[in-house]
Design a protein around this ligand. Structure first.
Ligand code: NAD
Length: 268
């Protein structure tokens, strides 16, 4: 079988570099393009050299057409506005689009749905096998336990992260809400400050920590008066997200047009 042709978008970013390194280390994939926005320092640098591997013969470019033209799949960990624009580009050209970008507002989620219409898309707030399993366990735990158990989602990430709560924390909140059969938007408490009053029964709370180089830590806590269950996950490095993104890419090339999640990819 010939290698799947991948273009990485946001190529000079933390996840972009991790994705390039994962492609360089695999025989199932070949890097055919590395795209980033005008002005980033690494433009013109060979993608392999950028990530400490042997040269790959693909330089980072801000010419989207040239960088993405040959790709079967585009792997995109960038910013919501960039991802929405790219979704339209991919759908118009029947290029599969794997989206790891987080931080979409509800309006942006809608825009993305429209922009990607007719295309093949996988989007996940977290691409890791472990987190997707965690989300399934949270859904089951929330379904099994009644509202005597308060649900809180705690997350910590590196100091450079720009959105909060993390896409993964929201995904875990959605899983808990789904298990309970409630609407997360109506029950979520995203910030607590000052005299907040007592916790309301059935709320799903979020708490955010930021610091240092933490790749990603998430815990879902279910607590009643006499016991507490904690389900946790720690990302040790960014490789787990890249492995998930490549798994999604390999799966997506064989699918019909549609908007899929990592649960679809992993068969959960
Ligand atoms: P980063 O800031 O290091 O990298 C983002 C990259 O996107 C940069 O290189 C930037 O130049 C590029 N970019 C921004 N606008 C662009 C545009 N218009 N066109 C092309 N490139 C553009 O950030 P990061 O840590 O790599 O994270 C990127 C995104 O991925 C964030 O939303 C983050 O939360 C998310 N993320 C998701 C997962 C997951 O598993 N789904 C895991 C880690 C990070």
């Amino acid at each position: 079988m010939s290698a799947i042709k991948i273009a990485v978008v946001g190529a000079s970013g933390r996840m972009g570099r991790s994705n390039i390194a994962a492609i360089a280390q695999s025989e199932a994939f070949v890097l055919v393009g590395a795209y980033d926005r005008t002005g980033v320092e690494a433009l013109g640098v060979d993608a392999g050299v950028l990530v400490g591997e042997a040269p790959l013969g693909v330089v980072l470019s801000d010419d989207r057409k040239a960088a993405l033209g040959e790709a079967d799949v585009v792997i995109d960990f960038t910013m919501p506005a960039a991802t929405i624009e790219l979704a339209k580009y991919c759908a118009d050209r029947t290029v599969a689009h794997v989206i790891g970008t987080t931080g979409f507002t509800q309006a942006e989620e809608k825009e993305l749905g429209m922009a990607s219409s007719g295309g093949r898309t996988v989007k996940a707030g977290n691409m890791s096998l472990g987190i997707n399993l965690l989300s399934l366990l949270v859904e089951k735990a929330a379904a099994a336990l009644d509202e005597d158990f308060d649900i809180e989602v705690l997350e910590m990430h590196h100091r450079m992260k720009v959105d909060a709560p993390s896409g993964t924390a929201l995904m875990l909140g959605e899983a808990a809400a789904k298990g309970r059969g409630i609407d997360l938007a109506a029950k979520s408490v995203r910030v607590r400050d000052g005299i907040t009053g007592a916790r309301q029964r059935g709320d799903i709370g979020f708490a955010t920590l930021r610091g240092g180089g933490v790749v990603g830590e998430h815990s879902v806590i279910l607590a009643n008066e006499s016991e507490r269950i904690e389900i946790s996950h720690r990302a040790e490095n960014r490789g787990l997200f890249s492995n998930g993104a490549l798994k999604a890419a390999a799966w997506l090339v064989g699918q019909k047009p549609g908007f899929y999640s990592m649960r679809d990819v992993l068969g959960f």
